[in-house]
Design a protein around this ligand. Structure first.
Ligand code: AHG
Ligand code: MN
Ligand code: MN
Length: 363
């Protein structure tokens, strides 16, 4: 269905310009940066959509064979290509002091031939990349911070800012439609890519996360490693109508956090990838700077909540570029309940051997 000639729907560009008019002193650098990020996302969307026809599926090759990133994870071809797309589209314009990404161990310096600007871009070029080869929705996540603004090389320390300092954050989701969901710290807007025009059109203004939900998302295969408050929360959801919650819950797990975040923005829900005891060297699965903080800002700006389980996510002082953290986000009342469970002593039943796993009253 082509865009009607009568349509007055805003493009992303129009939306950004109208927002900038509220700040007469603004230079336009920021808008240019967001449009370059959007262009990177459009390029990635096309590559993802061509799939096997584009020769982009599978693991990335390197001189040594497979390629592994700083997280110790095997890189997909599209992880590497998407990382390059973000760099190529944004490094030249003079808006950035530097970049950092899941796929690069160290901060990326703006090459000498380009001017340097005042913002930092932190990103997960392809989130949920284990889903590429099976044709399930994936996405890109980004966060904009203020940088040093002196033209010097950036250091890891420049990026270690709490989520409250984010100037903007968002994600693109490459699903049945490609969407860009963006917050500039003034609510959350969703734009759908019009494939005819190649433009992001404002289709979801002022997105709000419903405060209550009957849907939760967690990787239940990790349940034996969960801490007691998480076990309690999930057990109560599973007990449904007959338990303390008095209502049935539905469960989802896509293994693409952007897709879970998007579902939650559209219809509510709660997502948990909590800290657990699976690997003591990894306090959580997801990364603070380019996964938890940007998604956290989007959630909070949409009236939802993002937390470590114990503390508001956006207040955490980062210690390292690739730091992992427990992440809980979504419908406000559910996230607050999970935080409360972390503060409260574990209910007696959990300590009672009669209710322990493989005991008389557990089945
Ligand atoms: P990435 O592909 O950027 O490494 O992130 C994948 C993340 C996230 O999107 C998802 O929620 C989670 O990893 C899936 O983890 P499991 O493999 O434990 O399900
Ligand atoms: Mn990711
Ligand atoms: Mn990724």
């Amino acid at each position: 269905m082509p865009l009607s000639l009568q349509s007055k729907r805003s493009t992303l560009t129009q939306f950004l310009i109208e927002e900038r008019r509220k700040f007469p002193g603004a230079s336009g650098d920021f808008n240019a940066l967001i449009l370059d990020v959007a262009l990177a996302c459009k390029a990635i969307a096309r590559s993802v959509a061509f799939g096997a026809l584009g020769g982009v599926l599978g693991d990335a090759a390197s001189a040594q064979g497979g390629s592994v990133n700083v997280q110790g994870e095997t890189q997909k071809t599209l992880d590497v290509l998407s990382n390059t797309a973000f760099i190529n589209r944004t490094e030249w314009a003079g808006n950035l002091a530097g970049l950092a990404s899941e796929e690069m161990e160290l901060p990326y310096q703006i090459p000498a031939q380009y001017p340097r600007g005042k913002y930092l871009l932190v990103f997960d070029p392809l989130d949920g990349s284990s889903n590429i080869d099976v044709n399930v929705a994936v996405g890109s996540i980004f966060s904009v911070l203020r940088g040093p603004d002196t033209g010097r090389d950036v250091t890891e320390a420049d990026f270690l800012q709490p989520g409250t300092q984010q100037v903007a954050a968002g994600y693109a989701i490459y699903g049945p439609t490609t969407m860009l969901v963006l917050t500039l710290g003034n609510g959350v807007q969703g734009f759908t890519l019009d494939p005819n025009l190649g433009e992001f059109m404002l289709t979801h203004p002022h997105i709000q996360v419903p405060p209550d939900t009957q849907e939760f998302a967690i990787n239940a295969s990790n349940s034996r490693f969960w801490e007691a408050p998480v076990k309690r929360y999930v057990d109560e959801c599973l007990a449904g109508k007959t338990g303390v919650r008095g209502k049935d819950f539905n469960m989802r797990w896509i293994a693409s956090m952007v897709a879970e975040a998007h579902r939650i923005l559209m219809r509510g829900g709660v997502f948990m990838y909590p800290r657990d005891t699976k690997d003591p060297s990894k306090p959580g699965r997801l990364r603070l700077l380019y996964e938890a903080n940007p998604i956290g800002m989007v959630m909070e700006q949409a009236g939802g909540r993002a937390s470590t389980g114990e503390l508001p996510m956006l207040t955490i002082e980062p210690r390292a570029l690739h730091q992992r953290i427990g992440l809980v986000f979504g419908s406000r009342n559910e996230v607050e309940r999970i935080e409360r469970y972390h503060r409260e002593p574990t209910p007696q039943a959990e300590h009672n051997p009669l209710f322990a796993e493989r005991s008389l009253f557990r089945f």
